[in-house]
Each structure stands twice: as C-alpha cells, then as structure tokens.
Design a protein around this ligand. Sequence first.
Ligand code: PSU
Ligand code: MN
Length: 302
Amino acid sequence: MIERSDEVASALAEGRPVVALESTIISHGLPQPRNLQVAAELEEIVRAGGAVPATIAVLDGVPRAGLTKDELERVATEPGLRKLGFRDLAPAAALRVSGATTVSATAFLAARAGIRVFATGGLGGVHRGWTEVQDESADLDTLSRTRITVVCAGVKSILDVPATLQRLETRQVTVVGYRTDWFPGFYLHSSGEPVDWRIESPAEAAALMHAQDNLGGPETALIIANPINVNNQLDPSLHDRVLAEALTAAETAGVTGQAITPFLLDHLVRATKGASLEANLSAVQGNVRLATEIATSWSRKS
Ligand code: PSU
Ligand code: MN
C-alpha cells in the first residue's frame, strides 16, 4: 500500500539508516518558492549524515516514501494540494487525490514502511480555546498508537502547550528532552514547561527505543524534543506579541479546522518580517540532523 523508492527500499533491506520527512510543512507550512529549496536542503542534510531521506506524501492516491525530484516539486508547487492526516489517507487513495501528509499520516505510513525515525518541525497538539472548539490534532492520537521516534522542536507555540503535554501523558507517549530539562517552544528554545526525562546522545535515544520494544507494551511513539539553539530563536517578546495578534486575526477571519495552523504560521511570517520563518527553518534543520544521527545509532544497534 505504500510505494517505497528503490533507494529507500534497498537501504531498509540492508539495515542502513533511513529518516522519514513530513511533507505538510513543505506544502502548507512554508511559503513558496523557499519551500522547494528547503525540501531539497532537508534531504541533503540526511544524505550528508550518511542516511537515506524518505520524504512521505500521497501522489495521485498512492502513498510514497522517498520522492523523485519531480515528485518533490509537485508537493512544493501543485496548486490546491491537500493536507492529509491519517483519516484522509483512505479517501485520497480511493479518489486518487494528491496531498501532503501531516505528522499523523506520515508517522503511520513511515511505520508501515519499516522506517523507525522521523523528523519534523513542531507537532500538532491541543489548540488554545479547546474548551469551546475541542480542536486537538490527530497527531497526538496517532503517536499514542504508532511505534516511531519523532524528533521535533516541541509543538507549535500557537497551541496550548501545557494542555498538549497533559494529553501526551494521558495517551502514554514518552517525551524526552534532548540535552534539555525543558520542553522546547518551537520558535523558542524553551516553552517554560519542564520535561521529566533528558537524554544526552543519539546512542541513548537508540537504547531507549530498544527499551520500548523490550517492554512489549502498547505501540506508542517516542518524542525527542530537540530545542532550537538559543542564538537562533525568535526574540521572545516579539514572539509573544505577534502570536497574540495572529490568534486575534484568526478569530476575526473565522478560520477553523485544518486551515488554522497554516493561517497562523503564515501570519507569523509576515508579522515578523520573515524572522519566524528563519527560526522555523533552523529548528527543522536541527531536528533533521539529530534524527539522522539517531537513525544511524539505531541501525548499528538493531
Ligand atoms: N509544524 C510546522 N509546520 C507545519 C506543521 C507542523 O512547523 O505545517 C503541520 C504538521 O504537518 C502537523 C500539522 O502534523 O501541521 C498539524 O495540523 P493539525 O493541527 O491540523 O492536525
Ligand atoms: Mn485540528
């Protein structure tokens, strides 16, 4: 059901490291034309680290792990490309629709393709105002039922971070800080919320993954929370100010559902004159680098 590129299939067959990459961030999370350049750069970071990149997307109804240059270009530029969570995969397949995959769809497809490590920017989570609209990303549900390691810079700061961490606890998803005691704040080094566990190296991440498997419990994910470097973070006071503006703008415009995340991210890019974009990219690049190291460590141990 999932088409693996030849390169991805042979790397997996030979036990070489593979890193799954998400595509919604390319199609819906970053402005054109920078998005295509970034998609290629992220794959290049994986290759430079000695692993094989598997960008995941659905093209004409077919889920793919590992895209050609032309396929990557379609994801970055095709007008009206859909945003697909896990629940959208069956309709997309049946109706032969193309779409970029969110963390929930990417995690599911990567795990089914035999890929254990996945890099993204920030996870989806519980939105602010949950008591009124009950908007909680399907990312959390998928991660509670999928054995995959996700390297991220926390959850997007447009969300309710403490509520998201509570949900992850309830859903039994393990969260560890990478060289930090604080859950990262996506654009910011820290969200101000503590994490219970901290690891210091890719080898410790791989050991933790083995420990998860040895436990034989439910197939939950491992979230490696990897903060953006303090020097590259968005100015915290600018962040707080433009975020408040963006949330008000979304409310005024009546944006809801799947559209809200892209709306807020786009607003932040414009309101910070591109500074949030640079911080976003720096966070994603760091995550891809770390995911490559973890996949390498994992491939040696397993
Ligand atoms: N992080 C980003 N940009 C993004 C996303 C995350 O920096 O575009 C995407 C991811 O694909 C994530 C999705 O899975 O937003 C969550 O969307 P929703 O809240 O609709 O589930
Ligand atoms: Mn949602």
